[in-house]
Ligand binder design. Structure first.
Ligand code: COA
Length: 188
C-alpha cells in the first residue's frame, strides 16, 4: 500500500486503478452525494475513465497534493477520501475536501483526517493558506471545517448545474492561514 499519511485510526493512501468499485459504491449512496449533486450516483464509467485517471495524474503534476483514499486501520475497510488540492495560480494555497461513506460518519474520522492533512500541508508542504468550501446548509461539513481550525470567510453564490435543496442559501468558504495554524498549535 502506498501510504501517504497515518493517523491514530486512519491510513491515507494513493488511489489505484483498482479503486473503481469502492468509489462507485461511495457515490451510489444518495446521502453521501446529497450536498454534492442532490443525491445522484456517479456512473461507473465516469469513475473509471475520468475521475480516477485525473486523480492519479495529480500525484505527478503536484507532488504532495491530491486525493487520498482513507482506510480504517483496524479493519482495512475503505472509508472514502480526503483531498488537499493545490490551487493553480495561487501558490501556497490548497483546498481541503473529504467524502466518507455513511457507515463511517459520526466517529470523528473526518476531523481526524482533515487535521492531519492540514498539519502536513503547513508543516511539510510549505502551505501559507488552506481553504474549504461547502453548501451553506451542509452543517456536518461546516462543523468539520471548524473543528479542523478553519474560520468562516464568506458566503458566495455560483450557478451550479444541479438544483439542490438549500442551494438558494449559497456556498460558504472557510480558511486557515499559516500564522493562525502556528498560533493554534502553540495554544494547545
Ligand atoms: C460531512 C462528513 C465528512 C462528516 O464526517 P464525520 O466523520 O461524520 O465527521 P466527524 O465525526 O469528524 O464530526 C465532526 C463534527 O461535525 C458534526 N457533524 C457531523 N455530521 C453532522 C451533521 N450531518 N449535522 C450536524 N453536525 C454534524 C459532528 O457532531 C462533529 O461535531 P461535534 O464533535 O461538535 O459533535 C460526512 O458526513 C460526509 O462525508 N458527508 C458526505 C459528503 C460531504 O458532504 N462532504 C463535504 C462536501 S463539501
Amino acid at each position: 500500500m502506498d501510504c501517504y499519511l497515518e493517523t491514530a485510526r486512519l491510513i491515507l493512501r494513493r488511489f489505484t486503478a483498482d479503486d473503481v468499485d469502492a468509489l462507485y459504491d461511495l457515490d451510489a449512496d444518495p446521502a453521501v452525494t446529497r450536498y454534492i449533486n442532490g443525491g445522484r450516483p456517479t456512473p461507473r464509467e465516469q469513475v473509471r475513465d475520468e475521475l480516477l485517471p485525473r486523480w492519479l495524474a495529480q500525484y505527478d503534476d503536484s507532488p504532495g497534493f491530491g486525493r487520498w483514499a482513507a482506510v480504517e486501520k483496524a479493519t482495512g475497510a475503505f472509508l472514502g477520501w480526503f483531498a488537499l488540492t493545490a490551487e493553480p495560480g495561487e501558490p501556497g494555497t490548497a483546498e481541503l475536501g473529504y467524502r466518507l461513506c455513511r457507515a463511517a460518519w459520526g466517529r470523528g474520522y473526518a476531523t481526524e483526517g482533515s487535521r492531519a492533512l492540514v498539519d502536513k500541508g503547513f508543516a511539510e508542504l510549505g502551505l501559507r493558506r488552506v481553504t474549504a468550501n461547502t453548501m451553506t446548509v451542509n452543517a456536518g461539513s461546516r462543523r468539520v471545517m471548524e473543528k479542523t481550525g478553519l474560520r468562516f470567510l464568506r458566503t458566495f453564490f455560483l450557478d451550479w448545474p444541479d438544483q439542490i435543496d438549500g442551494g438558494e442559501h449559497g456556498d460558504v468558504e472557510y480558511e486557515l492561514r499559516y500564522d493562525e495554524w502556528v498560533t493554534g498549535r502553540t495554544a494547545v
